[in-house]
Design a protein around this ligand. Sequence first.
Ligand SMILES: Nc1ncnc2c1ncn2[C@@H]1O[C@H](COP(=O)(O)OP(=O)(O)OP(=O)(O)O)[C@@H](O)[C@H]1O
Length: 240
Amino acid sequence: MLSISGLKVDIAGSRILNGLDLTVAAGELVCLIGRNGAGKTTTFRTIMGHRQPEAGSITFKGQNLVGLPTYRIARLGIGYSPEESDVYADLTVAENIALPTWTRASPLSEEERVERSLKVFPKLRQYLERGGQQLSGGERKMVSVARALALDPSLLLLDEPFEGLSPAIIPIISEGIASIRAMGEAVLMAESNVHHLPDYVDRLYVVERGEMIFEGTLAQAYADRAVMRVIAGEVEVAHA
Ligand SMILES: Nc1ncnc2c1ncn2[C@@H]1O[C@H](COP(=O)(O)OP(=O)(O)OP(=O)(O)O)[C@@H](O)[C@H]1O
C-alpha cells in the first residue's frame, strides 16, 4: 500500500533522511521508532508532501506521491495526525472532526464518517460544541486522530500519539488506535520509546540519524541489544 524506497531528504543543507526504505501493507499497524531528532516527523512530512526529497520514491497504492501537493495526497486516502495535533482553535470539536468530509469524497456520508470517529473516542461526544482552544492535550490528541479518521483514509499516519500526554489518557488513545486497526485501516505510527508501543504492533522500523537500523517484530527488537540501546536506553534484553 505505502512503499518508500531510498528516501533522502535535506533540511537547511544537512542530510536528515539518508536512504530510508519502509513499507506498510493494507491493514497493518507499523511503528517507526527512533530517538528525538532521528527523522520520524521528517519522514511523515515528506510522505504528506510538506517536504520534497532529494532522491528516492514514495508510492501509495502504486501511485507516485513525490511532487504532489498535500491536499492531493490526503485525497488519495492518507490521514495525518501530527505530533502537535493541530486542532483548529476557532472551530468547535464537531467542526474539526467533520473538516475532512468537506475536502474528500467517500462512499460514506458525513454523518457516518463522524460517527465512526466518535465510536473510536466516545469521550469526545461530551465536547462536540466546545471550541478547539478549550481542550486539554489529551482531548486535542483525540480530536486530531478522530479528524484524520474522518477522512475515511486507508492509511493513517500518527506522529507520536502518546507524546506529552498524562498516563491516564494514554490507554484511551491506545484503545482508540486498536479499534481503528480493527476497522481494517493501515496505521503508520511514530514513537520514541519502545515501552510506549502497543503489543498489537505488527512490525517496527528503527530509525537512527536518518537511517533504518532495524526492521522486524517487537519480540525481535526486544532480543536485539543494539536496537534496545537506541529505543529504550540501557535496559535488560527481555524475552530473548
Ligand atoms: N525546520 C527545520 N530546520 C532545521 N532542522 C530541522 C528542521 N526540521 C527538522 N530538523 C532537524 O531534522 C532532524 C530530524 O527531525 P525530526 O523532527 O524529523 O525528528 P523526529 O525523529 O521526529 O524527532 P522529534 O520527536 O524530536 O520530532 C533533527 O536533527 C532536526 O533538528
